[in-house]
Ligand binder design. Structure first.
Ligand code: TYD
Length: 134
């Protein structure tokens, strides 16, 4: 399974670091929504779902967390801890997020508006969905 990590355009100077992300250039979709999670309690986990249509670029602006990705046949984990690196998540990928540091600020850039009907929140349903679309 291919984990797509994108090196973002970053500009370091004597003042500090600036990182820029442009739709349809750095990410292969138009941006409909941005959200972020932070202040995560110790041992809390997030995710545990897949999307039918939604694509996302995930950037950990501060701290760190681990994304475990599952395409139905293969499972891989990647630790995100760099504000200049984006994880590109296509549709049809089950994701689990753990080892989230309390100082972690995780930005998610999404291709679609929030739509609960796009979520698959049960792993067995995900396996069935993937086997049907493959
Ligand atoms: P949830 O899907 O549980 O987050 P995670 O992906 O980390 O498991 O979302 C938590 C709550 O926030 C849930 O009530 C739905 C709501 N929510 C929105 O209203 N809009 C959004 O864009 C997102 C991502 C979540």
């Amino acid at each position: 399974m291919n984990i797509e990590l994108v090196e973002l355009s970053s500009f370091q100077d004597e003042r500090g670091l600036l990182v820029a992300i442009e739709a349809l250039k750095d990410i292969p979709f138009n941006i409909s929504r941005i959200y972020y999670f932070l202040n995560t309690e110790l041992s809390s986990v997030r995710g545990f779902h897949a999307h039918k249509k939604l694509e996302q670029l995930i950037v950990v602006l501060k701290g760190k967390c681990t994304f475990t990705l599952d395409n139905g046949s293969d499972r891989k984990s990647v630790q995100l801890d760099s504000p200049t690196q984006g994880l590109l998540l296509k549709s049809g990928i089950w994701r689990e997020i753990d080892e989230i540091s309390h100082d972690c600020i995780c930005l998610v850039i999404a291709s679609e508006f929030y739509d609960e009907s796009d979520y698959i929140r049960d792993y067995d349903d995900f396996k069935e969905y993937i086997s049907k679309i493959q």
